[in-house]
Ligand binder design. Structure first.
Ligand SMILES: Cc1cc2nc3c(=O)[nH]c(=O)nc-3n(C[C@H](O)[C@H](O)[C@H](O)COP(=O)(O)OP(=O)(O)OC[C@H]3O[C@@H](n4cnc5c(N)ncnc54)[C@H](O)[C@@H]3O)c2cc1C
Length: 386
């Protein structure tokens, strides 16, 4: 749903101009430096990028799912590290609060997240709890009206620079399973919380991803998201459900860019006295890529509109994430092929996106996890209908 087409068109134009004029010229240097300049982060705050999904009552833009999807397809047409800098705040790191936070928690944190004064992160994954997040070992033991949290999170986007951590820990007696997991809001500076330097990774340079160490971190019970113990896994799944729609948009943006880059290269690169784009086999790579971009975009927008209309899109969100992330990987692979040897060299746009987009098939539910979710739901629906 697009609430006010004129106002939204202006917002989209502002985002497009910022991305093309201010981010695009820096993408190669950031890949080398592994760091986004603070001046650019400040511009992201001024443009309002940190608060797109946060309700207007808390200083955000309150974008609908359809609006957010269109913005996501725009912001990810440059190196995906830019979006990773503000994407937690306008996605996974604020969504737990938006869906389940108490009024006091929303009043305190959402305006700071929306403005970008505070950077949030979502700390669920642990060394032995990845695809099966219910296997987490981090514990929070009650001590009067406080909890003492001990554990170690890994692969947490923005952990090294985050000010606010949504930490999932076990509060119940059960050692495994979804019940007994509670979400806590932990502020940077709380004694016992530390974030070691981030390790190097394949792509998305400039977006630090690292560990969160919790060594007897003491928080008041008012830090429980929503105030209720044992609801954390439900909160995480609600946040991730929306995030999968966001992520699909973030997979489509790079593919749109790469189709443009492939077409340009194919028109200008001459071999054997003609542009390589005149060869039908090169045309096939471009045509298949562009067709898949359009299919992913159509699936995403239909799902976003259904969500805006109040429909249950749990299965469609999985389909969007699965199809868009796999599609993006195929397009990036073809882009390297169209660029030939140049596409394998550091500094080439296809080479950089090829590395950057690989993770889309791994985080927020791997391809295999989404395939099994979709299969389970499809089989269950068939069983009901027979
Ligand atoms: C760059 C990056 C950023 C991240 N950011 C965050 C973040 O901000 N917050 C956060 O909490 N986490 C984050 N993660 C963690 C991410 O969500 C996990 O890596 C992901 O869920 C997979 O878990 P795993 O790495 O333990 O792989 P595993 O679960 O060990 O999976 C390994 C392989 O086994 C397959 N597999 C596992 N279980 C099944 C099954 N039941 N059926 C079929 N196949 C299966 C998987 O599909 C995969 O191919 C991030 C990861 C990366 C790489």
């Amino acid at each position: 749903m697009i609430r006010d087409p004129d106002a939204f068109a202006r917002l989209l134009t502002d985002v497009r101009e910022f991305v093309r004029n201010e981010c695009l010229p820096l993408e190669e240097q950031i890949d080398i430096d592994d760091q986004i300049p603070e001046a650019l982060v400040q511009r992201m705050r001024e443009v309002g990028l940190f608060g797109h999904s946060i309700p207007e009552a808390y200083g955000g833009a309150g974008l609908t799912s359809e609006e957010l999807s269109l913005v996501n397809m725009e912001v990810s047409q440059v190196a995906t590290t830019f979006r990773a800098r503000f994407g937690g705040n306008t996605g996974i790191a604020s969504e737990s609060l938006v869906v389940d936070g108490t009024p006091a928690q929303k009043d305190k944190y959402l305006p700071q997240l929306a403005s970008g004064r505070v950077t949030g992160c979502f700390a669920l994954t642990e060394p032995q709890a990845g695809s099966d997040a219910t296997a987490l070992d981090t514990v929070a033991v009650r001590d009067g009206d406080h909890f003492v949290i001990t554990g170690r999170k890994c692969f947490i986007t923005n952990a090294p620079l985050a000010d606010l951590f949504t930490v999932f820990a076990r509060t119940g007696d059960q050692r495994r399973g979804a019940n007994g997991i509670t979400a806590f809001l932990v502020e940077r500076g709380t004694p016992g919380l530390s974030t070691p330097p981030p390790p190097r990774k394949m792509g998305q340079h400039g977006s630090p991803v690292g560990e969160v160490v919790l060594d007897k971190v003491r928080v008041h019970e008012s830090a429980i998201v929503g105030g209720l113990e044992g609801q954390g896994f439900r909160t995480a799944m609600r946040a991730l459900n929306k995030q999968r729609i966001n992520l699909a948009g973030l997979c489509i943006g790079p593919a749109i860019r790469l189709v443009q880059e492939m077409a340009q290269r194919a028109s200008t690169r001459q071999q054997g006295g003609q542009a390589i784009g005149e060869h039908q086999l090169v045309q096939q790579m471009i045509a298949e890529s562009n067709t898949e971009v359009h299919a992913a975009r159509a699936l995403l927008l239909e799902t976003a509109r259904k969500r805006d209309a109040g429909g249950d899109v749990t299965m469609e969100a999985s389909m969007c994430k699965l199809f868009a992330s796999e599609m993006c990987g195929r397009v990036a692979d073809r882009a390297v092929q169209v660029f030939g040897g140049a596409g394998y060299m550091a500094g080439n746009v296809a080479e950089r996106f090829y590395r950057d987009v690989r993770v889309f098939r791994i985080y927020e539910g791997t391809t295999q996890i989404h395939l099994s979710n979709i299969a389970k739901r499809t089989l269950a629906a068939a069983a009901v209908n027979t």
